[in-house]
Design a protein around this ligand. Sequence first.
Ligand code: GLA
Length: 355
Amino acid sequence: MAIALAPGLPHFTMKFRPVFCSLLAALCVLAGCSKGSDRPGAASDTSGAAKGRIKLGFLVKQPEEPWFQFEWKGAEKAAAQYGFEVIKLGVPDGEKVMAAIDNLAALGAKGFVICTPDVRLGPGIVTQARRRNLKVIAVDDQFVGPDGKFMAEVPYLGMSATEIGESVGHALFAEMKRRQWPVEETGFCVVTFIELDTARKRTDGAIAAIKAAGFPAHRIFTAPQKTTDVPGSFDAANILLTQHPEVKRWLIAALNDTGVLGAVRATEGRGFAPENVIGIGINGTDCIDELRKQKPTGFFGSMLVSAPGEGFRTAELLYHWVKDGTAPPVDTRTTGIFITRENFEQILRREGIIP
Ligand code: GLA
């Protein structure tokens, strides 16, 4: 069953299976969180209306990434619509996750949505949450159990990673053809982060699709990134570019926009003109400034998935779970659409991602 969240875009495909005020402000400042505002440590709502409201946490691994800021915006929209409070926390490592769960419990929260900094923290997060009587929904990065398998008992919402990756592969191939690049001068740089399943599936999907389209396997090169930020992908791609001076034109894919941005910066550093680079990202939220640049860069486009939609939906599911006992679907997947310099403003506006 597919539920359209926004006309024309990202769909959620669901597989249903049974499955105090000063203290608050102080804790929030300590934890670097914000509540009901983008300002870290925003003061708590002391009005009578706030009393008795359900409190829910929204924890993200990389609060500096626009993707996660947009998820928070979506969660806030749900909070405003349903009248609950959302407590936003950045949790870049395991210690911060555990501290955040304790803080949420101390604040009287009833549950949280989390994109964990490490999927292997899943069992620890679940144990801690149960101990504190908090409900948990995983967003984006699915928890992995001690046996290496996904923790299917934890409701999850994330991208249809393989399909989205395949769309990247198809779009790269189509643009290469349109530009009439000689294949023998072209290389495909794939910045990888195989430790994370959703990341591996996206880049594997891109590789599979471009191969199926006829791009030669021996011209596909992977560059593992150590950290999933711009410096991490810049370093990974830079090594690859040094190893392949024979390549005159580069196609670029990665797990997300940030990964492609780092690799595009690396091509610039090595003197490649933008017309000899085609980078296609995933997210659509972390490339807005890039696509707005007056002069085109090698960052050609992105597969846009609705981050506010994911934030809204997970917060909404958690709220219903806490309030009415309605268990969320165990596995919900989102899809994307292709944006480029030509259409991104229009599509992002249509989808309510930018004003
Ligand atoms: C991972 C990535 C994010 C974003 C989400 C989407 O968490 O790190 O940039 O792509 O997946 O699910």
